[in-house]
Design a protein around this ligand. Structure first.
Ligand SMILES: Nc1ncnc2c1ncn2[C@@H]1O[C@H](COP(=O)(O)OP(=O)(O)OP(=O)(O)O)[C@@H](O)[C@H]1O
Length: 349
């Protein structure tokens, strides 16, 4: 059994072999999370990324004690959960479902009521409203807020207890680009204060703009994790090629072993290490390049590479080993416990 890191240095979150199966109304089993090994380092924004239905919400619900795991272990700041969740819960703020606010009350009044209910001094309300950039609109009614402002009020509510770890499940769902930018800005500000922010999303490109580190999951399993720049840097570059006689040029490049996509009027050549080799191969056939533009890799591309060849109709993604771009700092490992092939059920939704 691997040693667990001392609680003082432990990562914000560690899961090992986490598994959750639901039983559907027809009595079938649906594996939502299958052996998930997640490590969220302390400090910074960590993107928890994967397509719809890949198990993000289920994993978060298990961490917060809202759903029971079938197997595996979980720790928050080195404290095993759910067994000792009460010891650590005050250090965690989370938005998993939309919190309810009174539409006719101001943002400040809503938070003041909430603070009283959870035993937080009312002076904290001003602080958290400023933190999320709602100071100037604090005395407007909740119902007059934009969706982005409503979401920032929800974030402010999670900050009342001044937690060290914030968990936001798809916080930008339904927001317009300006609202999304505001939430990104808020998350960055929290990370800059030294807090750890875990943000789940199925929109990889959006989270790439704010995350320091990410974990990418598919079908309930970890596919890759590490620092964004390392993961993106490790993805093979693509090159956009402008050339006359595009069909003949594509044939020449394919015959030389490249994978070529037609993106009329250009060709997109995948996995290129040496762009000059493309020019040479084409020139040898009297085809002359007009344009040769490297296309920067992004997390979307990393994800597509990791899942290429996977049955898009729902076949499992079972890579041999997840890709770890750079082991997150202070990684404490909790040994995997329990059988992973048993079944626990919850009501199918
Ligand atoms: N209560 C439930 N009963 C039955 N199946 C469930 C239940 N909750 C989730 N699932 C199933 O488990 C799988 C994972 O769902 P989950 O909501 O965790 O994914 P997700 O990555 O958060 O997706 P999204 O981005 O759409 O929120 C899906 O196939 C989903 O249909």
């Amino acid at each position: 059994m691997a040693a667990t890191a001392p609680a003082g240095d432990a990562p914000a979150i560690v899961t090992r072999g986490l598994r959750k199966t639901y039983r559907t109304r027809r009595g079938k089993r649906r594996v939502a999370v299958e052996g998930l090994d997640l490590t969220v380092p302390r400090g910074g924004v960590h993107g928890f990324l994967g397509p719809n239905g890949s198990g993000k919400t289920t994993s978060i619900r298990m961490l917060l004690g809202l759903a029971r795991a079938d197997a595996g272990t979980m720790e928050i700041f080195g404290t095993p959960v759910p067994a000792r969740l009460p010891d650590v819960v005050a250090r965690v703020g989370a938005i998993v479902e939309q919190p309810k606010f009174f539409p006719a009350f101001t943002g400040r009044k809503n938070l003041t009521l909430l603070a009283a209910a959870i035993g937080v001094p009312s002076q904290e309300v001003g602080r958290v409203l400023e933190t999320v950039g709602l100071g100037e609109r604090a005395d407007d009614r909740f119902k007059s807020y934009s969706l982005g402002m409503k979401q920032r009020l929800a974030i402010a509510a999670t900050l009342l207890k001044d937690p060290d770890l914030l968990i936001f499940d798809e916080p930008t769902n339904g927001l317009d680009p300006a609202g999304i930018r505001e939430i990104r800005h808020t998350m960055r500000g929290l990370a800059d204060q030294g807090k750890t922010v875990l943000v789940s999303s199925h929109i990889l490109a959006e989270v790439q703009l704010v995350a320091d580190t990410v974990s990418i999951i598919g079908h309930g399993r970890l596919l890759a994790s590490g620092r964004v720049e390392d993961l993106v840097g490790g993805a093979a570059g693509h090159v956009r090629v402008g050339v006359d006689e595009a069909d003949r040029a594509a044939g020449v490049l394919e015959a030389s072993g490249w994978t070529v996509r037609r993106e009329s009027p250009h060709l997109l050549v995948e996995g290129v290490d040496d762009a000059a080799a493309i020019t040479r191969a084409l020139a040898a056939e009297m085809l002359f390049v007009r344009e040769l533009v490297p296309v920067k890799a992004d997390l979307e591309q990393v994800f597509l590479e990791l899942t290429s060849g996977v049955d898009s109709a729902g076949g499992d993604v079972h890579p041999e080993e997840p890709r770890h771009a750079a082991p997150p700092d202070g990684t404490g490992t909790a040994a995997r416990q329990g059988s992973t092939d048993d079944t626990t059920t919850e009501d199918a939704r």
